[in-house]
Ligand binder design. Structure first.
Ligand SMILES: NC(=O)c1ccc[n+]([C@@H]2O[C@H](COP(=O)([O-])OP(=O)(O)OC[C@H]3O[C@@H](n4cnc5c(N)ncnc54)[C@H](OP(=O)(O)O)[C@@H]3O)[C@@H](O)[C@H]2O)c1
Length: 214
């Protein structure tokens, strides 16, 4: 796939690198320095290059949105026409201090995003994992048991594309349902961050759902 990375920071930089290593064609865009985008493209060791938001969006099959909530409007203003594009968003609707969600309970960042870019197809994914685990998951991707990763969206074809990318990174995709399920996955992402970054000797968070009665 041709993948435009909109936001090449902790999440976009790492996921873009792994998508390139998994064989996709990647354009890194949106960082404060051109040198950083060039370095990411060079170090991705795959088919990757640096570009503007417009270049990243124009020929892409999929766009990864990985910016702070406050930058979303700026990104889509510069990206241009995103009609028909699949947007996989890992962006969480956080306040300026990254301490709380500014959209929650009766809506979600993913749903608000879908309203802002109504001609695109939004899938919410990758926002429940800290960026620090991504390379480790990719390195272990051929093992028989893979960590699960939930995603949600309203368009089945777009969700299939997101699921393929989730598998390429090394996770087992778990379809959590329509985009409104992001109302529950976004707060869950904060729980993971809380445990990962604020716990003194943080627990390893693992969960398993058994199907009873089968
Ligand atoms: N980090 C995580 O573990 C994690 C996990 C789950 C979800 N998320 C969510 O994912 C989204 C991205 O998080 P992140 O940690 O990847 O953020 P980040 O490291 O700050 O990346 C954001 C990117 O946007 C760029 N940027 C910001 N302002 C800009 C401007 N004015 N002009 C050009 N580029 C600009 C940054 O440039 P520079 O590279 O120059 O700084 C950076 O490349 C957020 O919504 C976050 O809540 C993050």
């Amino acid at each position: 796939m041709r993948i435009g990375i909109l936001g090449s920071g902790l999440m976009g930089g790492k996921l873009g690198t792994l998508f390139a290593r998994a064989g996709h064609e990647v354009v890194f865009s949106y960082a404060r320095s051109q040198q950083k985008l060039n370095r990411l493209a060079r170090e991705a060791q795959g088919n990757a290059r640096a570009g503007t938001l417009g270049e990243a969006a124009r020929d892409a099959d999929v766009l990864l949105l990985a910016v702070h909530w406050s930058r979303v409007d700026d990104v889509f203003k510069q990206a241009g026409d995103v009609t028909g594009k699949v947007i996989v968003s890992c962006s969480l609707p956080m306040d300026a201090g990254n301490t709380k969600l500014v959209v929650a309970h009766t809506s979600s960042g993913a749903e608000e995003l879908a309203k802002r870019v109504p001609k695109a197809r939004v899938v919410s994914a990758f926002n429940t994992v800290p960026s620090e685990v991504l390379f480790g998951v990719f390195a272990a991707r051929r093992k028989s048991t893979r960590p699960s990763l939930v995603y949600c969206g309203d368009n089945s074809k777009s969700k299939g594309i997101a699921a393929a990318l989730i598998r390429d990174v090394g996770f087992e995709p778990v379809d959590a349902g329509p985009l409104r399920i992001a109302r529950y996955t976004e707060p869950f992402a904060l729980l993971v961050a809380q445990l990962a970054y604020e716990g003194k000797a943080g627990p390893e968070l693992a969960y398993r759902f058994e199907r009873f009665g089968k």
